[in-house]
Design a protein around this ligand. Sequence first.
Ligand SMILES: [Zn+2]
Ligand SMILES: [Zn+2]
Length: 321
Amino acid sequence: MVSPPAPLPIQLQPIEEESGLGFILRVFCANGLSITSGRQQLGIKNWRSLTPEDVLVLSLITQTPPDWLTLRLMIRSTALPEHFQYCGHTFRSQAAKPNMGAKVCPDCVREKRWCHRAWILPGAVACPIHVRCLIATCNRCGRTITWGRPAVDVCTCGSYLSDSDGNLSGRNRHAIAWSEWLDTRLRQPTLTDADSEGLVPRLLDHLTIDGATAVVCAFGIRNHPSSTLSPNDIRNLSCDFLVQVVERGLARLWSIDDRPQDARRLSECVHAPILERLRRNGVSTSDRNSASLLLNFTANRSHPSNGGRYSRGQLDLFDQR
Ligand SMILES: [Zn+2]
Ligand SMILES: [Zn+2]
């Protein structure tokens, strides 16, 4: 711990839609500090589970209002163990493990040089402004992009973050609409029943961001009834694959919107363990009840892993890209 912590010599203005970690990265870089060494000097254990004391120190050295930082950093929940708060929303801690990383839109960081608050979400897959995939790995060195990079738009290998292959087409309209919905929800911290304006199926509107992401993944992660997934498969999803998961999940959810009982038709392609975890430890009553309802409708007795067969009538909903 720096004693006493002093404001850094170079101060920057935070941007309304910026993530707290992206802002800290910008300020540290402007002062010639890496985010990793800065964290160690400040005695912060983990960026993904910050305490109010950590926020006060960061507020002091960046001369930023603590309320702004509290809303935009991942803060350990005091009410619910194993949960954290981000932008006023509650997330289960396992949400932080797979993808709550340092994904970027390479076009945004090149043009604007700051990180959007939505990119940090596990379900964030696309940039609606540039109609393209986010990237989680460096095109040059192939390593995962981290917050320990030397600048917002530069990888730890020293090359600019870029990727020329991420453009999304009209076929990915669900991924773009989903990304817009995520940011709409982030702007409304206290809203639990959002008006999605048709961006996503209505059955997702009364769920938390955490719960809606889990439901979309549960419905989209299998591209075929015979797909089998290990926990490692789910943890290591690439952004490209996540776009496909979101597209499939939302296409299937749209097909049962207003008639969740029709989820029975999709039994074979729903990944029940994700819904079972949501039923057990979802962050809101709506999340837990919806998971329970969907599990009842999709009780997967015919999946090959349960010794059954799938029905041919489902094939039109499978995307085998
Ligand atoms: Zn962008
Ligand atoms: Zn690199």
